[in-house]
Design a protein around this ligand. Structure first.
Ligand code: BGC
Length: 419
């Protein structure tokens, strides 16, 4: 089943018959791009993407699905693929790329020698995320750091605070802000935001090995173990530092910190892109001013996710067209500009870095620290595993009567059923 508006129009077919050259044909092709970038900075990043593809002569239909972390977009994408109505290009992250590639849904991107400048300039964890049987099937655009602390610098200066170095000193800061009548932690009660908070807490509470066993292997003994129990305890403890929970976009919580209505937020570094957008309109090369500070959330770990795009074989794109788009989106200047607007680091290692100190640190840490793939942001496990975690954590966070041990047992059992 095909919808109107994103396939080749009748006029385009007529024109393509009259103008056989490839460049001319592309000018008449409309490509539908499905993604979940809808906040101010995300929209600006999607516009950069659109411009880049339009420069290659395509018309772009931007199919943006509201819902942070792709909660709506992935469901819509699956439904459309089942209806044989896949978009031409879609944002897909992590192991799903491999699984769908194995089923033959995507163009392989290995075909053109030119594109090797992109694929030769990726670090191996990034290449592995977009590859199936050593062949790339997605263009990685930018690497996000999920364990980012964003804080109101004016409030930090007023109370003489520096980013905390461990859990105990962090709680002291939260207590201090609370006693001064300031909401210590901006947070909203969407299931994926709760789970993002949890995985950031887990990254500073459990050892990297345990994180790995829980989030990548879903190992029962780690799920039932002490580090998991302590992470759940800490996760729940943070509720007392939040305003009564509301179900709002992540950017609303960022706005509270920006306006000094809350002290801090734990969120992916896309929140920095948002602040940059509010302050400077996302001007490339500009820096967020000292109203907002940021740092990695005191771990020696880089909790990451990689935004990437796949090209559906059922779409309007020929192999050659795909290779040209890959070259365009894999270009180091494009990756630099995209990452800056997005609040991330370019996937390409040889692309210039943002002047934002937090992002420069993210690039350095991604090379030097232990890398932990984010489960919530789809880098660690398949969608079904991710969803079981998210729902269990959301239930636990919202219901104080849920026993920690019972939550662990139930989660381990649910995950075992998926294996
Ligand atoms: C994506 C980011 C996006 C964020 C919030 C993450 O899963 O990787 O690109 O900005 O969700 O929607």
């Amino acid at each position: 089943m095909m919808t109107t508006g994103w396939r080749i129009s009748v006029a385009a077919i007529v024109l393509s018959l009259a103008a056989p050259s490839y460049a001319d044909r592309s000018a008449e092709t409309t490509l539908e791009v499905l993604h979940w970038w809808t906040s101010a900075s995300e929209h600006a990043a999607a516009e950069l993407l659109r411009e880049a593809m339009e420069e290659e002569g395509y018309r772009i239909t931007d199919y943006a699905i509201v819902g942070g972390a792709g909660e709506g977009a992935v469901k819509v994408l699956k439904a459309r693929v089942l209806l044989d109505d896949a978009p031409d290009i879609a944002q897909i992250i992590g192991p799903s790329i491999r699984n769908w590639a194995e089923l033959g849904f995507f163009h392989s991107l290995a075909g053109s020698q030119d594109n090797h400048t992109l694929f030769d300039n990726l670090s191996s964890p990034v290449f592995d995320l977009v590859a199936y049987e050593e062949q790339p099937f997605a263009v990685p655009l930018a690497i996000h750091r999920v364990n980012t602390l964003i804080f109101n610098q004016t409030l930090f200066d007023k109370f003489g605070l520096e980013p905390a170095v461990d859990w105990a000193s962090w709680l002291e800061q939260l207590d201090l802000l609370q006693q001064a009548g300031i909401v210590p932690l901006a947070h909203s009660n969407q299931p994926w935001q709760n789970a993002t908070l949890f995985e950031t807490v887990l990254a500073v509470t459990a050892s990297p090995d345990t994180y790995h066993q829980i989030m990548i292997e879903q190992d029962s003994s780690a799920l039932l173990g002490e580090e998991m129990a302590l992470s759940l305890t800490r996760f729940r403890q943070l509720k007392s530092y939040m305003q009564p929970l509301r179900n709002s976009d992540w950017s609303e919580a960022t706005r509270q910190v920006f306006e000094g209505k809350a002290g801090m937020q734990l969120m992916g570094d896309w929140a920095l892109g948002e602040v940059l957008q509010w302050q400077t309109g996302g001007l490339v090369g500009s820096q967020i001013d000292n109203q907002i500070g940021c740092s990695a959330f005191f771990s020696q770990q880089h909790l990451y996710s990689v935004d990437s795009l796949v090209f559906f074989r059922s779409g309007s794109l020929t192999e050659g067209a795909v290779q040209r788009l890959v070259q365009k989106l894999g270009d180091s200047d494009f990756q630099y500009r995209f990452a800056q607007v997005k609040g991330a680091i370019p996937a390409r290692q040889d692309a210039a870095l943002s002047v934002q100190p937090c992002l420069a640190a993210s690039a350095r840490d991604f090379e030097q620290q232990t890398r932990l793939p984010s489960l919530v942001h789809r880098t660690a496990a398949i969608e079904e595993v991710r969803n079981v975690f998210i729902h269990a954590l959301h239930r636990f966070f919202n219901d104080d009567t849920q026993d920690i041990k019972l939550t662990q047992t139930r989660l381990a059992a649910e995950l075992r059923a998926l294996q």
